[in-house]
Design a protein around this ligand. Structure first.
Ligand code: ASP
Ligand code: MG
Length: 446
């Protein structure tokens, strides 16, 4: 069997749901399990409604009700589907009324609230698949075996889920029923609804695929898989054929918004293939994410960049060989609750980067007792994701490019994750560097 996951934009309206049904129909011989997100921006709308109830005491669910009712109507779904959707909408309204009266919104209530998005979308999609002559059944995650801890808004799945999921889903598949499962949500042992964190339905899909020993977990998007660079920066960006789980996770952290970084975890355990597919181009092979690449793979998988980065250069004013310098520097960052991205250090100096959103005035004052501190704004991190066993080759070629561009590289680090080499340049140069690196690694000379 396979798992097919469709995100919010893929099920945003009646037309998109029809399109999903077409794609699923073609793959029914492979016994798919479907995992869906909430329709469109429903999760955001639910959170906004909660906020409004909390602050103004207003219950406003118009957009959400309208979207789901219109979709039911546009799909030509009858009384039966309406009978499944209306009680959920009524429950949602009561919950928001409750929030507006109590003026309290705990993580637990928030998870209960956003769960309506996925619970509504699977019911509508399953009803439509049935009309479309595919025997389908909507399942809430807890009826599909998902059990989590009680860490509301960012729950971890309980190990028991590995047995519970096949127990719940296999009998349905044997009867020729296509399960349509809510992504993103679960229940804890007390029976409270939890969520796996924003974007968590990728993890729901990979968890089902791993637990069911599926042939693959397909994550359907609206791009041709993972791309070699941001297509807005690099016209020649193209889909990556194959990447490792580690490279895919690294890409997710570095802003290629393709998969949830945690989504790879279950499939790493079982070696299950994850495939990113394009719902606008279903014939394209997409990107395959697997354990290890063959010998013929090139050294680099993709190039990303992140702008608006601040570089902090710290040079110790004490004598060489004094211990505790790095510890004191990190303690200062921790005291100001500043999260650091890149680090490069020597015995007496350290350079760090962080997102430009922070005010670093107080930090600078604290650190000035032990070091000279220079804060440089307007920087960008350029990251090369690839096979770091070939780092010498990658660095040589990458810095060759920088020399040609006449660029000064301001800091370099090679991630311990073994797949990422990052360096800092000026914000204004980021686009040029990424384009030139892409040409160097991905565009063979004709
Ligand atoms: N609907 C949830 C969100 O928007 C989960 C997901 O889409 O994966 O975060
Ligand atoms: Mg979503």
């Amino acid at each position: 069997m396979i798992v097919m996951k469709f995100g919010g934009s893929s099920v945003a309206n009646a037309e998109r749901i029809r399109h999903v049904a077409e794609i699923v129909k073609r793959q029914t011989p492979e016994k798919p399990v479907l995992v869906l997100s909430a329709m469109g921006d429903t999760t955001d709308h639910l959170l906004a409604a909660a906020d409004l109830a909390l602050r103004d005491g207003t219950v406003s669910v118009g957009i959400i009700e309208e979207l789901h009712r219109n979709t039911l109507r546009d799909l030509g779904l009858g009384e039966k589907a309406l009978g499944e959707v209306e009680p959920l909408l009524a429950e949602l309204r009561s919950l928001l009324t409750g929030i507006s009266l109590i003026k309290e919104l705990s993580g637990k209530t928030k998870d209960y609230l956003v769960s309506f998005g996925e619970r509504l979308s699977v019911r509508i999609a399953a009803a439509y698949l049935n009309v479309f002559k595919i025997k389908a059944r909507a399942l809430d995650a807890w009826d599909a075996g998902f059990l989590s801890d009680s860490n509301f808004t960012a729950a971890e799945l309980d190990a028991e889920s590995w047995d519970r999921i096949p127990k719940a889903l296999s009998p349905l598949l044997e009867k020729g029923v296509l399960p349509v499962v809510t992504g993103f949500i679960a229940k804890d042992r007390q029976g409270s609804i939890t969520t796996l964190g924003r974007g968590g339905s990728d993890l729901s899909a990979t968890m089902i695929a791993a637990a069911m020993q599926a042939a693959e977990a397909q994550v359907w998007k609206d791009v041709d898989g993972i791309l070699t660079a941001d297509p807005r920066l690099v016209k020649a960006a193209k889909p990556v054929e194959t990447v490792t789980y580690e490279e895919a996770a690294e890409l997710a952290y570095f802003g290629a918004q393709v998969l949830h970084p945690r989504a790879m975890q279950p499939c790493i355990k079982t070696g299950t293939t994850v495939r990113v597919k394009n719902s606008y181009n279903p014939e394209a092979p997409g990107t395959r994410i697997i354990g290890a690449l063959g010998k013929k793979a090139g050294p680099v998988r993709a190039i990303t960049s992140r702008k608006n980065v601040t570089l902090v250069d710290i040079v110790s004013t004490r004598m060489l060989g004094q211990y505790g310098f790095l510890a004191e520097v990190f303690a200062a960052f921790a005291a100001h609750k500043l999260s650091v991205d890149m680090v490069a250090s020597s015995e007496v100096s350290i350079s760090l980067t962080l997102d430009a959103v922070h005010d670093l005035g107080k930090l600078k004052k604290d650190l000035s007792k032990i070091a000279d501190v220079e804060i440089k704004t307007g920087k960008a991190i350029v990251t090369i994701i690839g096979d770091v066993r070939r780092s010498s080759e990658i660095l040589q070629r990458a810095f060759g490019v920088c020399v040609l561009l006449g660029l000064q590289v301001q800091m370099v680090s090679q991630g311990a994750s073994k797949v990422n080499i990052s360096f800092i340049v000026n914000d204004t140069q980021a686009g040029e560097v990424v384009t030139a690196l892409h040409r160097c690694f991905f565009e063979p000379l004709e």
